[in-house]
Design a protein around this ligand. Structure first.
Ligand SMILES: *Cc1c(COP(=O)(O)O)cnc(C)c1O
Length: 375
């Protein structure tokens, strides 16, 4: 089916601005100066489409990609063959041969993974690249200080492969006042000193904004590339990349005192005009961004007007209060921006008690996708 025809049948559409993605990468690369600016493209490129993101970033000059799982790594390799591709999940047991064949670089997360990779490399007679993850406080992935000391001391183990990166991950980078940042930085210095001369990586997007002390040799921004908010407070300087729109299916009137949607959680305080759009939580629009979550519901934007959601978000439908919008500006067939340049994705996420990351990575498969700005 032709794209225009498909869009004619769509109730939700995404517009993904690849030029904005490339621009965001360039602006982060500028902020990180001498540091190599890589990119996290896990979660299907934060919902933008992993192959498109990888190819776009690669064209912009990015040479190092971080994926979560091996399958994402393989997809990244084919979309951006000149990039090195790290797999943050680490080395899955017995999978070393497949990593080698796929050209994937495991981020080794525990001593067993380090030993398994070393033994595989010895058997294969090749010093294949790998990273080592050091745990500086997240208590999620990576070697503890004690484990790192043991591994560093076992020189014949580490010498069997090519240790191309030592990395760690920030716990509270979005909150510059949090003392954990400085503590992690200190531990990172202490732990990476065990692996002298090996390139170091600590900064995700928040780490980039924390300043040069956190940049080291390779940065790993994710959310900022895709236009989301990295820091808890202050302006978000990044360009929005994803616009999610929903189609107005019908509009109708409802009288003061009536309720809208499941659970009757919201009673109309005036005679209202309601627009019903054709996406819902099955499209990753968080249910708690509507009414019934104990807060004011999120807003949407239609032809120049900001309008609040009314009632609960359903699986496939969302109601908007368009009482204050002239009928000509919101009628059947119109497209409503649910988030994008006028409604920041993080504002919608905040209403649902979550973060832009979750909305972007959970967009679902029903939208038609249009890529703009790509070459
Ligand atoms: C997701 C992730 C990143 C990117 O983080 P953002 O906050 O999206 O910039 C970097 N490093 C690791 C280990 C990650 O898991």
């Amino acid at each position: 089916m032709a794209h225009a025809e498909r869009e004619g049948l769509a109730c939700g559409r995404l517009t993904i601005d690849l030029e904005a993605l490339a621009d965001n990468w360039r602006s982060l690369a500028e902020r990180t100066q001498q540091t190599e600016c890589g990119a996290a493209i896990k979660g299907d490129g934060y919902g933008t489409g992993l192959e498109k993101a990888a190819a776009t970033l690669s064209r912009a000059g990015c040479r190092t990609l971080f994926t979560a799982v091996p399958d994402e790594g393989l997809r990244a390799r084919s979309a951006a063959p000149e990039s090195r591709v790290f797999v943050l999940a680490g080395l899955l047991p017995g999978a070393a041969e497949a990593y080698r064949k796929g050209g994937l670089i495991p981020v080794l997360n525990c001593p067993d993974e380090v030993i398994e990779w070393a033994e595989y490399c010895a058997a294969a007679g090749q010093r294949l690249p790998a990273a080592i993850h050091l745990d500086t406080g997240m208590n999620r992935m990576g070697l503890s200080l004690e484990e790192a000391r043991l591994i560093a001391a076992a020189k014949d183990v580490v010498a069997r492969f090519d240790l191309v990166l030592v990395m760690s991950h920030l716990v509270c980078g979005g909150d510059p006042a949090n003392p954990l940042n400085a503590r992690q930085l200190e531990r990172f210095h202490e732990m990476t000193a065990l692996f002298p001369g090996v390139p170091r990586s600590l900064a995700n997007s928040p780490g980039i904004f924390l300043g040069a002390d956190y940049h080291f040799d390779v940065a790993r921004p994710g959310i900022s590339l895709y236009g989301g908010r990295a820091m808890d407070d202050g302006e978000n300087p990044m360009r929005p990349v994803v616009t999610a729109e929903a189609r107005v299916l019908i509009t109708h009137s409802a009288a003061k005192g009536e309720t809208v949607g499941y659970g009757a959680v919201e009673t109309l305080r005036r005679d209202s005009r309601i627009a019903i759009v054709g996406i819902g939580y099955a499209d990753g629009y968080h249910r708690l961004a509507g009414a019934g979550g104990g807060h004011k519901p999120a807003n949407a934007w239609v032809n120049g007007h900001v309008v609040p959601l009314v009632g609960r978000v359903s699986m496939d439908l969302i109601a908007l209060d368009v009482t204050d919008v002239p009928e000509a500006d919101c009628s059947r067939g119109d497209w409503v921006e649910m988030f994008g340049p006028h409604i920041p994705v993080d504002d919608v996420a905040a209403k649902a008690g979550t973060i832009g990351y979750e909305l972007l990575t959970g967009l679902g498969s029903r939208y038609t996708r249009t890529y703009i700005g790509g070459s």
